[in-house]
Design a protein around this ligand. Structure first.
Ligand SMILES: [Zn+2]
Ligand SMILES: [Zn+2]
Length: 419
């Protein structure tokens, strides 16, 4: 027992030293990715740099081209043992950067038929650089730990281009969690909502499910002066929008979990005196419970159809399931909190509120127990509540957060593998 404690303390010290030694290179990698951002399913340069790095480290296996541009590395320790997976996403967003940095992105490209600027506005450049750093730390110390680590560098977390598949779901379909199957998976997200130096976590449902809603109300065109001669889809659509408000406010048990139904776009008609044939609405549905998610989908569909029927209109409801609820496994979270506490230091680990945003890390968590946590990157002296959030063209990363990310993932891995 004493021997084990001494050995683990030694390993933690070794990780500290190795992580600190690699910090400046992690920052360099991040700046390089930041200056050369690539959109979902187009992470060719990024994936190439990742794969070369993993080959150089002498990983036991490096697989490329998983789910288009994904890279998977497998690293065995001194002796066989449990398998842990670590995941980073690599894609950027169609956002034109407004941060004044020497390595700011000037990249423009085509996205779903439009010309767009490209920026790592969600911080996936940092995630990729952090995981490259973790791979180097753990490869250098492989004689000191037992088990296997699987490094998953994932494309298209922000959704692939229209008409393409991709992301975590496709990686899993292509075997990312097989041979070997991990017993646990860890992932992190840098966030503007926490100051640099702080780690945020939450057991259970942590980030929302996100589904796209498209409703088309089919009426019958007529002159605006003679509405009785047709079926008005505009008035019907208005009734549908109001009716949907009751799905959350009257029918959802909000003491269980919160939920949101939003209609964000409504289009119909071309001029003032023509009642159009149809109106199209688009929205988003967010939940924190898979059962509530199904119930809300059913009620939204039923209400939209029934309200339209009441107005003699037709209605087509299409709900596209995007990402499931990000659920941190309760037992795994409880087991790893002491590690996060030790890594973050006194007062620097925070239990954070639920986030209405979503993450496709949730797909991995549906297969193996997972823990997804947050690492603060808002500079000291800036109020995180006022800092430009992830996805903003002004999203700014205090690079001091990168080392904390490397230390957290490396320590979680080694502590987990020790059992
Ligand atoms: Zn994002
Ligand atoms: Zn993200």
């Amino acid at each position: 027992m004493e021997h084990t404690t001494a050995a683990s303390t030694d390993l933690a010290d070794l990780i500290e030293r190795a992580a600190r030694a690699i910090e400046s290179r992690v920052i360099d990698w991040r700046r390089d990715f930041h200056e050369h951002p690539e959109l979902g399913n187009r992470e060719v340069r990024t994936a190439d740099i990742v794969a070369q790095h993993l080959h150089r480290l002498g990983l036991d296996e490096v697989r490329t081209g998983v789910a288009h541009t994904g890279v998977i590395g497998v690293l065995h320790g001194a002796r066989p043992g449990p398998v842990v997976a670590l995941r980073a996403d690599m894609d950027a967003l169609p956002v034109a950067e407004e941060v004044d940095l020497p390595f700011a992105s000037k990249v423009c490209t085509q996205w779903n038929g439009e010309s767009v600027g490209v920026m790592h506005a969600c911080g996936h450049d940092a995630h990729t650089a952090i995981l490259m750093g973790v791979a180097e730390v753990l490869a250098g110390l492989r004689a000191a730990w037992c088990g296997t680590v699987k490094f998953i560098f994932q494309p298209a977390e922000e959704l692939p281009p229209e008409g393409e598949d991709g992301g975590a779901q496709l990686m899993i379909a292509q075997g990312a969690l097989d041979n070997p199957r991990p017993a646990a998976i860890f992932g992190l997200h840098i966030t503007s909502r926490l100051p640099v130096g702080v780690i945020g976590y939450r057991p259970g449902p942590t980030m929302a499910s996100a589904d796209n809603l498209k409703i088309t109300v089919h009426g019958r065109q007529t002159h605006g002066a003679m509405p009785w001669a047709g079926v008005d889809p505009i008035v019907t659509a208005a009734q549908v929008v109001l009716g949907l408000q009751t799905v959350v406010s009257r029918e959802t048990d909000l003491t269980r979990e919160p939920a949101v139904v939003t209609i964000g776009a409504i289009k119909g008609g071309v001029r003032e005196n023509i009642i159009p044939d149809s109106v199209e609405m688009r929205g988003t549905i967010r939940t924190f419970d898979e059962e509530m998610r199904d119930e809300i989908h059913e009620r939204v569909t039923y209400l939209a159809e029934a309200i339209s029927r009441g107005a003699r209109a037709g209605c087509t409801v299409c709900i596209r399931k995007n990402y499931p609820v990000t659920v941190n496994d309760a037992a795994l979270t409880q087991r790893m909190v002491p590690t996060l506490q030790r890594v973050a230091g006194p007062g620097q680990l925070m239990l954070v509120p639920k986030v209405m945003g979503s993450e496709d890390f949730s797909f991995f968590q549906q297969v193996v127990p997972g823990l997804f946590f947050f690492v603060g990157v808002t500079p000291v002296g800036t109020d995180p509540a006022k800092a430009a959030p992830n996805h903003s063209p002004r999203f700014f990363v205090d690079e001091g957060g990168l080392l904390l990310g490397v230390r957290a993932l490396a320590n979680l891995t080694c502590d987990y593998l020790r059992g």
